[in-house]
Each structure stands twice: as structure tokens, then as C-alpha cells.
Design a protein. Structure first.
Length: 87
């Protein structure tokens, strides 16, 4: 496998993950599940950061943080080291 083919495969896989996350976000918003919405937004923020889209990442993380603050927490169980914005 050439490097170009390998990179194309990784990008295709990453795009698939992104599309599933966006789909899940819409589903949880439709269902009114704010906690899961925040979880997906955190994952999207991580994905954006990995893709070098810092502004998109910060927007997603801030939206997740706003939702979580409604629950009285900004550190849910699924938000481990490396998740969300680093300070």
C-alpha cells in the first residue's frame, strides 16, 4: 500500500467517525437528551482539535460546557484526561 492510499484510508475512516458523531448529535438533540448531546459535543471538539480546527473545537467544547453547567457539573464520567480544551 502506498502512503497516499494509506492516508486516504485514514481520512476516509476519520470522515466516517465524524459523520456518525454529527448524526448522533442530531439524534440526541431530537430526543432532548442534553447529557448525551454534551458528550457528543465533547467528542466532536476532540475530533476538530485533532484535525487542526481549533475554533470549531473550542465552539463544541464551550457548547458542551454550557449544557453540563445546567447539570451542575463540568466533569462528567466520560470526560477523561485529554478530553476537552487544555489549559
Amino acid at each position: 500500500m502506498t502512503r497516499v492510499a494509506a492516508v486516504d484510508g485514514v481520512l476516509e475512516q476519520a470522515n466516517g467517525f465524524y459523520e456518525r458523531e454529527v448524526g448522533a448529535l442530531g439524534l440526541f438533540r431530537d430526543l432532548g437528551d442534553r447529557y448525551k448531546e454534551a458528550e457528543i459535543l465533547t467528542h466532536l471538539g476532540d475530533t476538530y482539535q485533532a484535525a487542526g480546527k481549533t475554533e470549531n473545537a473550542q465552539t463544541a467544547w464551550l457548547e458542551a460546557l454550557e449544557i453540563l453547567s445546567d447539570f451542575g457539573t463540568a466533569t462528567p464520567s466520560w470526560c477523561g484526561p485529554g478530553s476537552g480544551p487544555s489549559r
